[in-house]
Design a protein around this ligand. Structure first.
Ligand code: ARG
Length: 471
């Protein structure tokens, strides 16, 4: 259905009119902000009445009408019409149709430009809290896995070549820290959104004696925007939130890449639960880590959402421009996708099977104790360069024979170089190699225990931050 007569009605009366109506509408996207729009309008109406700009009776009628619309949208009985263009118009038109002139007074001293900024900020704050909840949950899961497998050793890699053995828990906790930084970024985005734009009145402020502080307090904003032109054209908070989602997705994608590799037979470190795997329609034996792959793939979309938003905003003159209507679809998609992926990856991790024996066996390959063996020789007084040479030659010989450092007998060690004593075998013991790395932030069990305490402190601080918001 097409709406009221448009300025171009004469020329595009039928299908072109309908086409442009749909082309110009944001309702299918911004109707998700219906609750925010209604909350904002009630606060605005109350402020107008307090300031004697409208009567209390009008404000009461507005609030009652909006509360009714709230219930209808919540219950699914509200009829959305594309002709309304956006959620702001849909609600205001319905209200005015129902309550008459009082509805027409609601829009005093505000514009849709401030309204969309307000709604989007309220919405971004709400979703940021959801993201923080999901980021806390997945970090709990990582912590739980790390604690449950605190003595499992595995190869640590650089260039995807075996480098030095590490604790599996240490490897997992690397992701804990990535996701903690993501939580910090989401919090920053929340704070960026926590500024109240209503009352900018399109771009220049208003002649009415409004009380913006009242509206900010009532809606739970930390402050009121300082510049009416900036406040209607600022979408930095949405960029911040989309960026936080993008980096979260990059981290999830890297984790998924490792889960995919580790579940390949060549590694065999983990087994994805059946619920997080799919089969092949032709190869009966297949069990594919589809959801990890999909998460990795969806990262591309979220990166695209960020680039899209950056590109929309680039080159816009002050203040509001209709281009900005394109801000929400990508940002909402980024938030939805990131939340879904956090839930999916959390589920994968919670159900994953860990083959610590395969990890341990792999940790014995690849001559990963070579650095420690060279360090051992340095301890006997040999210059590091010579020690490196001696161990390098030993590795070459063993590799040709298909043997490992751990197979060597004390006599064989002594034959390689007289500097090797009885205790050389201890230098290449994989558990000992790991345990020795007790520098702050290292993979040694004692250092990882300290790290776990730091992880718990970070999670507790994040929870305290969220609780403070609820007060
Ligand atoms: N639907 C618009 C948006 O999402 C709301 C603001 C429209 N303002 C205007 N003057 N056309 O950006």
């Amino acid at each position: 259905m097409t709406g009221a007569k448009k300025p171009w009605g004469g020329r595009f009366e039928k299908s072109p009119g309908k086409f442009l109506e749909e082309f110009g509408a944001s309702l299918p996207v911004d109707k998700r902000m219906w609750a925010e729009d209604i909350r904002g309008s009630i606060a605005h109406a109350r402020m107008l009445a307090n300031q004697r700009i409208i009567s209390e009776t009008d404000a009461d009628a507005i609030e009652a009408g909006l509360s009714q619309i709230y219930r209808e949208i919540r219950d699914g009985s509200f009829e959305f019409r594309i002709a309304d263009e956006d959620i702001h118009m849909a609600i205001e038109r319905t209200l005015t149709e129902r309550i008459g002139p009082a509805g027409g007074r609601l829009h005093t001293a505000r514009s849709r430009n401030d309204q969309v900024a307000l709604d989007t900020r309220l919405y971004a704050k709400r979703r940021a809290i959801e993201l923080l909840g999901a980021l806390a949950k997945i970090r709990e899961t990582l912590l739980g896995l790390a604690v449950a497998h605190d003595d499992a050793v595995m190869p640590g890699y650089t260039h995807l070549q075996r480098a030095q053995p590490v604790l599996f828990s240490h490897h997992l906790l690397a992701y804990f820290w990535m996701l903690s930084r993501d939580a910090t970024r989401v919090r920053h985005a929340y704070e960026a959104a926590d500024v109240m734009p209503l009352g900018s009145a399109a771009l220049a402020g208003t002649t009415f004696p409004i009380d913006r502080g009242f509206v900010a307090d009532r809606l739970g904003f930390a402050e009121v925007s300082a510049n009416s032109m900036d406040s209607v054209s600022d979408r930095d908070f949405l960029l911040d939130l989309t960026y936080a989602c993008t980096v979260t997705m990059i981290h999830l994608s890297r984790l998924c890449e490792e889960l995919i590799l580790w579940s390949a037979e060549e590694f065999g470190f983990v087994r994805m639960d059946d619920t997080y795997s799919t089969g092949s329609s032709i190869m009966p034996q297949k069990k594919n880590p589809d959801f990890a792959e999909l998460t990795r793939g969806k990262t591309g979309r979220v990166v695209g959402d960020l680039v899209g938003l950056l590109t929309v905003l680039k080159g816009l003159p002050l203040a509001y421009n209709k281009d900005m209507q394109e801000d929400k679809e990508g940002a909402f998609d980024a938030i939805d996708t990131t939340l879904d992926c956090l839930v999916a990856v959390d589920g994968m991790l919670s159900t994953i099977g860990i083959d610590t024996e395969r990890m341990r066996a792999a940790a014995h390959g690849g001559f990963m104790a070579a650095t420690d063996l060279a360090d051992y020789l340095v301890g006997t007084g040999m210059p590091f360069r010579d020690a490196h040479e001696v161990v390098g030659r030993l590795v070459l010989t063993l590799e040709r024979k298909g043997r490992t450092l751990q197979d060597l007998t004390p006599d064989e060690f002594a034959a390689v170089d007289p500097a090797f004593g009885e205790d050389a075998a201890r230098a290449v013991d994989i558990d000992a190699v790991v345990a020795r790395r007790v520098s702050e932030g290292g993979t040694g069990g004692d250092a990882v225990a300290v790290q776990l305490t730091r992880c718990r402190d970070v999670l507790a601080a994040d929870t305290t931050w969220l609780e403070a918001l609820a007060e």
